[in-house]
Design a protein around this ligand. Structure first.
Ligand SMILES: [Zn+2]
Length: 145
């Protein structure tokens, strides 16, 4: 019985996109909006937010199902690539921000205008000409505080 169901399922899914990293992210987003919706609906004042979360939960479910059952595999793959790029950028931003906070009393982080690399400088107030350790080009560094 179960095997027959599985066979039928795999036949039905043939040629459809299925799950990917974006699907996993949407699943986590679904749980978050679902739980937030329950919490918000406990209180009179946040009831509207709860309803909004409910709608969002449904939108996420429908979008996930649409993506998994989609036959436009190329398009879904591209969406996933976009998601992965955003995720990488977000992780880099998070890492840089945590380093900035860690070094807030001793160092300043600046982006090199020539090669776009993020460079760390010791705090020396005022305007200085510095050279980038990555591309060796010079640029003006301003540190106010
Ligand atoms: Zn540079």
């Amino acid at each position: 019985m179960f095997n027959r169901f599985r066979n039928w399922m795999s036949r039905w899914m043939t040629g459809r996109y299925g799950g990917d990293d974006l699907t996993k992210f949407l699943f986590v987003a679904y749980i978050v909006t679902f739980v937030l919706g329950l919490i918000f609906q406990l209180f009179e004042k946040t009831l509207w937010l709860g309803v909004l979360m409910d709608l969002l939960t449904w939108a996420i479910v429908l979008w996930s199902l649409f993506r998994m059952l989609s036959r436009n595999i190329q398009k879904r793959w591209q969406e996933n690539q976009k998601y992965l790029l955003l995720r990488t950028r977000f992780k880099e931003w998070l890492k840089l921000t945590s380093h900035r906070l860690r070094d807030i009393s001793t160092k300043r982080y600046r982006r090199c205008p020539h090669c776009r690399a993020v460079v760390r400088f010791p705090i020396k107030r005022g305007v200085h000409i510095v050279s980038c350790p990555h591309c060796a080009k010079k640029f003006e560094l301003k540190i106010r505080l």
